[in-house]
Design a binder for this molecule. Structure first.
Ligand SMILES: [Ca+2]
Ligand SMILES: [Ca+2]
Ligand SMILES: [Ca+2]
Length: 251
């Protein structure tokens, strides 16, 4: 489901709130470089808060700290030109916040959160190839609203009590979402999975909520260990074989 303008304004208002909240803690320096057509971004061990977004000049991507506290290459921002391949981001240690907004690279998108409690949002951004997000250890929050329409999607939130939201994603090929150990919440809404898809919540007592989504190929929903709850909120379509296992409570 594409968000309406009013939804986007509302989420921007929420984002502005986060931005203000971030001023007290966001710190450190992020390095960003274009190498062989790939935009490669590394956080440091501090609590980084930054955005990667469509630049004001066409065919550019801008990397900027939320509030001037987290620096980029020692300054306020970095404008990447000549990105013809992948976008690769490693947040590394610290409690990081990353927003990827309106970025469309020809290659793949990969984000790793590393240790720390990370908040990762990928909005209105789709790679030409595959998308891989791994938020690592810590209590992370990952949200995506676009997916990988022509490729594969792999989202892992690792250990810790995580929250995962896939809202309006489209995946052209294979998809895997795995919230790992810990007591996690996964929410999948309004999405299209054209290839074989696995949604698993692994160890810990987790919740999986599914609504308004279409699975064109094989689908596996797996709660893993712990006492897990599957909430089918309706309007889901399974055009291939469906397996639901390890959910002790079905709502
Ligand atoms: Ca993490
Ligand atoms: Ca987890
Ligand atoms: Ca579980």
């Amino acid at each position: 489901m594409k968000r309406t303008l009013s939804d986007r304004v509302a989420s921007l208002a929420v984002g502005a709130g986060l931005l203000m909240a971030a001023t007290s803690w966001a710190t450190g320096n992020v390095t960003a470089v274009v190498t062989d057509g790939d935009l490669v971004i590394h956080g440091d061990a501090a609590d980084n808060a930054f955005a990667v977004q469509l630049g004001e000049v066409s065919d550019t991507i801008e990397v900027a700290g939320f509030d001037g506290t987290t620096t980029v290459n020692g300054g306020e921002r970095f404008t990447a030109v000549g990105v013809t391949g992948d976008l690769r981001i490693a947040l590394r240690g610290g409690d990081d916040q990353l927003n990827v907004i309106d970025v469309h690279v020809p290659g793949s998108l990969s984000i790793s959160g590393g240790s720390g409690d990370d908040v990762i949002g990928v909005d209105d951004s789709s790679p030409g190839a595959n998308a891989v997000v791994d938020s690592g250890a810590g209590n992370d929050s990952v949200s995506m609203n676009t997916g990988a329409p022509d490729g594969t999607l792999e989202v892992q939130t690792g250990g810790g009590n995580d929250s995962l939201a896939l809202d309006g994603v489209e995946v052209g090929n294979r998809a895997l979402a795995n919230t790992g150990d810990g007591n996690d919440d996964a929410f999948v809404c309004c999405s299209f999975f054209h290839g074989p898809t696995v949604l698993k919540t692994s160890g810990g007592s987790d919740g999986l909520t599914l609504v308004g989504s279409t699975f064109d190929d094989r689908a596996e929903l797996n709660g893993g260990g712990g006492t897990d709850t599957f909430a089918d909120q309706g309007d889901n379509t399974f055009n291939g074989p469906l397996t639901i296992t390890n959910f002790e409570v079905v709502e």
